[in-house]
Design a protein around this ligand. Sequence first.
Ligand SMILES: C[S@@+](CC[C@H](N)C(=O)[O-])C[C@H]1O[C@@H](n2cnc3c(N)ncnc32)[C@H](O)[C@@H]1O
Length: 243
Amino acid sequence: MEINKDDFINKLEKGLKELNIYYSQQHLDQLWQYYCFFKKENKKYNLSSITKAEEVIKKHFLDSLVILKHLDLREKKRWLDIGTGAGFPGLVLKLFLPGDSFYLLDSSAKKINFLNQLSYKLDLQGIRATHGRAEDLARVDGWRASFDHVSSRAVASLNILLEYAVPFLKVGGSAFFYKGPEYKSEIEAAEKALDLLDAQIKTSIKLDVPGLEAERYLLVIEKLKESDEKYPRRAGIPNKRPL
Ligand SMILES: C[S@@+](CC[C@H](N)C(=O)[O-])C[C@H]1O[C@@H](n2cnc3c(N)ncnc32)[C@H](O)[C@@H]1O
């Protein structure tokens, strides 16, 4: 291990304080356990190329958490994280929103296996990791039109992501997409998808992740009406022929 627990926690606390995020000793311990397990199992489960402690703190943990201050925390919510990978942002958000229920979805069985073991180690309740493709699950009862929020980071461009995500949302629900500086051109290219899926961009927010030079943005999408049942199209089609 290239860093000890005290140094890891010092760096993590510094970032959380800069983000103005309320945290407890339990959060710090859980994120340390998360980091250790992620680091140990990274190769086996092919998780991420970012593995140095400082980078994991900034690019995975703080980047996942930076949206907390933009959420309405008054009511408990049901979340879906599409293409969650090693749990970013879904599992990290769950630690800070313990009363919300989280569904983590990924098309890689290995990653889901990792997340199930991690959830067990952290003794988390109200979290479920599922192996599958968004296009398939969005047609299943109990998944379609049943989430208050969908999150997704680094999975696809906006026009594709909308077709994956919007059918999962309840009418009035919102999706949170983590994006880079190219988000404006993605919005332009997604005009037709927004129209066909009866969704609108509620807001775009510049995110400040402490110590991160890369520009980060949050796109908040609102679902306006029930989705046409032809969406999403068959698995693979949204990516091959985006709306
Ligand atoms: C680049 S990784 C990003 C992982 C994580 N969200 C992050 O930010 O670190 C993209 C992930 O999306 C998953 N994925 C891609 N297309 C998908 C789909 N249609 N349905 C479910 N998962 C998908 C991949 O298996 C992969 O784990």
